[in-house]
Design a protein around this ligand. Sequence first.
Ligand SMILES: [Zn+2]
Ligand SMILES: [Zn+2]
Length: 449
Amino acid sequence: MSNYYELLGISRNATQDEIKRAYKKAALKHHPDRNPNNKESAEAKFKQVGKAYQVLSDTQKRQTYDQFGEEGISQMGGGGGFDANFDPFDLLRQFGGAGGVGGVGANIFGNMFNQQQSEKQQKVKADPVQKVVNVELKNLYNGQRSSFIFQKKIKCKKCDGLGVKDKRLIRHCTLCNGTGKIAHIKRMGPMTTQTIKTCYQCNGRGTYSDYNDKCRECKGEKIVANPTKIDYYIKPGMSNGDKIIMRGQGNWEGDCLESGDLYIVLNELKSKSSFIREGENLLYTMKINLVDALTGFTFYIKHMDDRFLKIVSGDIIIPQQSMKIMGEGMRKKSDSLDYGDLIIKFLIVFPEKISDERKKYLKKILPSPKKQIWDIEPSDDDVVDEIVLDYLNNEDVRNNSSYHSSTSRTTSNDNISNSNNTGNNNDINNAQLNEDDELFNQPVNCQTQ
Ligand SMILES: [Zn+2]
Ligand SMILES: [Zn+2]
């Protein structure tokens, strides 16, 4: 086998940059996929080129090689200077893919050095980080562009992520032989137990450096915090708990090739608006007066995109009745144009008191069932007792019940008609809404009209 320098076509004084460039060029040239006619000999050469890079890119190994040749490398350290798990295809992939597409910055080569030094399996990408953002239903309906400042951990520029003043000051950990792990063997009588622990000398990194050699900027941590503005977009129809994934916008971790992802997790705040989301539908609770429930009325709903929906009802609305408006709910999926429905639940406000005078009129006006011959009225002799009806629970129930208007807002005379009331109709209809209301929590009876 020809010597490593000849293999890569470089001089003995080649710099690390030259070695990297020469390696990539040679590896692509000899890649078996690019040599379909002589795959086998190309692959052998491809492996040799990788081996040459493995040695020459490591200052310590290069020195040994220069003095003692390949044999010197084999005798280096515990398991020798050659990594038994070395995969030349993986190496090239780290340089920008087996196809040789570029785009791998010089900083990545810096980490390659660390990776070569330690026989420990290095992470390619740092772990993702999560950031929870609060969002109102209105913004989930309309979509929203927003941003926040993220204390992003980036590679220390001063030491290029090495954590030391110079890469020659990185020491290979001989205690764990660069694996970052050490085995503890305990003997108890005939039993032996082995536990694997993180190496205390290198903290599992496989390499370490002396305190005085550490980079002053990052204090040897390899990373520094860099406040970064993150712009993100909430698509209409997204839901509580949805994740927006920002690829590569997360933190960098020492020795990783790439920064991790940033996950933006949506946290829907308790609705301040009159709308409540139920899956792809929206629920809107509306109080109406008894007279409107009986005679019909026109009302307006201000939607979350500020449109006013004009709704004309000519039919009688019965207690607990719900109606729906097709297609006025939430967007079904954030990438579709289908919408759920808007369900309007009516709560009928009954008058608290009606004067005897008015009662007479009402009896005359409102239809009452005609007496049938089988409607029996007992004679006075049959009546045992005269009973006064009492409330089932206590006065509170009666006062809270939506069947009664609150005295401050409505009397039998004071008619809160919704007709042509565009400006503050939300206020009127919802000022008294309270989710603890007994009636509020009753099952929605979805009827279509
Ligand atoms: Zn160690
Ligand atoms: Zn540093």
